[in-house]
Every structure is written in structure tokens, then in C-alpha cells.
Design a protein around this ligand. Structure first.
Ligand SMILES: [Ca+2]
Ligand SMILES: [Ca+2]
Length: 154
């Protein structure tokens, strides 16, 4: 009985050792990669990683240039609009939605008209923008709509 157990243990050790060697062979790398291949892969990877960085800077520069152009355009348009307003005050003062007569129709005009509706002051007939015979909230809405239009509302 004791001898049978020793034989079983020896057989179990032998099978376990063979199984371990088989598993090791199955999951071990196929072979060593030559240094030239390693270097070529690293060089190709570096080139790929460096190139997008250059593109990124180009995009950042293009975005900054576009933003500067937009700011410059806004400044030029604002200066031009102010200049036209000073040179030809009648041209801008006639816009009925320009409640505060500053040459621009903006959300402040809607706010000021709304305040005038609630206040004790007289309402001007030219503020009846929808021509329904009274100056009311609907006219304020029209001023606000004109203020947010992309073409400046004039
Ligand atoms: Ca205004
Ligand atoms: Ca009205």
C-alpha cells in the first residue's frame, strides 16, 4: 500500500513536470526579434508620432489666425458702423428699433423699451414696430429679434 502511494506520487510528479514543460513551450515567445527589426519599428513609430504633432501645431496656428481674423473683422465692422453713424447720423437714427439712438440695434434696445413700457414715461409712436396701434410686449420682442439677427438687425 505504501509502495503504491509512492509510485502514484512519482507518476504524478512526472506528469506535472511534463505538463509544465509543455505549457511553457506553448506560451513562450517564438524567438528573439532581431535588433534591426526593433530599431525599424521604433523609427517608424517615432515618425508617426512626431508627424501629427506638427499637424497639431499647424491646426493651432490656423485656428489662431482664423480667430484673429474674426476679431479683426468684428473690430473693423464696429469701427465702420460707428464711423458711418457719426458721418451720417440720420442714416442710423431712423431705425425705429434703435431705442437709445446709438446707431446699433442690440439687446439693450429691447431691454430699454421693456423698461419704458413699465415706467411712467411717454411711449413714442415709432416704437410701434408691428404697427398694431400700440407699443407693447410684442414690439419689445421684435426689437429683441432684430438684435439677435445675424445681419445686425438694421
Ligand atoms: Ca441701440
Ligand atoms: Ca405694436
Amino acid at each position: 500500500m505504501n509502495k503504491d502511494n509512492e509510485q502514484l506520487d512519482a507518476l504524478e510528479n512526472k506528469v506535472a513536470k511534463a505538463l509544465g514543460e509543455d505549457l511553457k513551450a506553448l506560451f513562450s515567445p517564438a524567438g528573439r526579434t532581431p535588433d534591426e527589426v526593433d530599431r525599424a519599428v521604433l523609427d517608424a513609430t517615432r515618425k508617426r508620432l512626431v508627424r501629427p504633432r506638427r499637424h497639431r501645431w499647424r491646426l493651432v496656428r490656423a485656428g489662431a489666425a482664423a480667430m484673429a481674423a474674426v476679431v479683426l473683422l468684428a473690430v473693423v465692422l464696429n469701427v465702420t458702423r460707428d464711423h458711418v453713424g457719426r458721418m451720417h447720423p440720420a442714416a442710423t437714427a431712423t431705425a425705429p428699433a434703435d431705442i437709445d439712438h446709438n446707431g446699433r440695434i442690440d439687446i439693450l434696445d429691447a431691454y430699454k423699451l421693456a423698461r419704458r413700457l413699465e415706467g411712467p414715461g411717454a411711449l413714442e409712436a415709432r416704437w410701434d414696430l408691428n404697427a398694431d396701434g400700440q407699443v407693447d410686449r410684442a414690439d419689445v420682442d421684435l426689437v429683441a429679434f432684430a438684435a439677435v439677427r445675424l445681419d445686425g438687425g438694421a
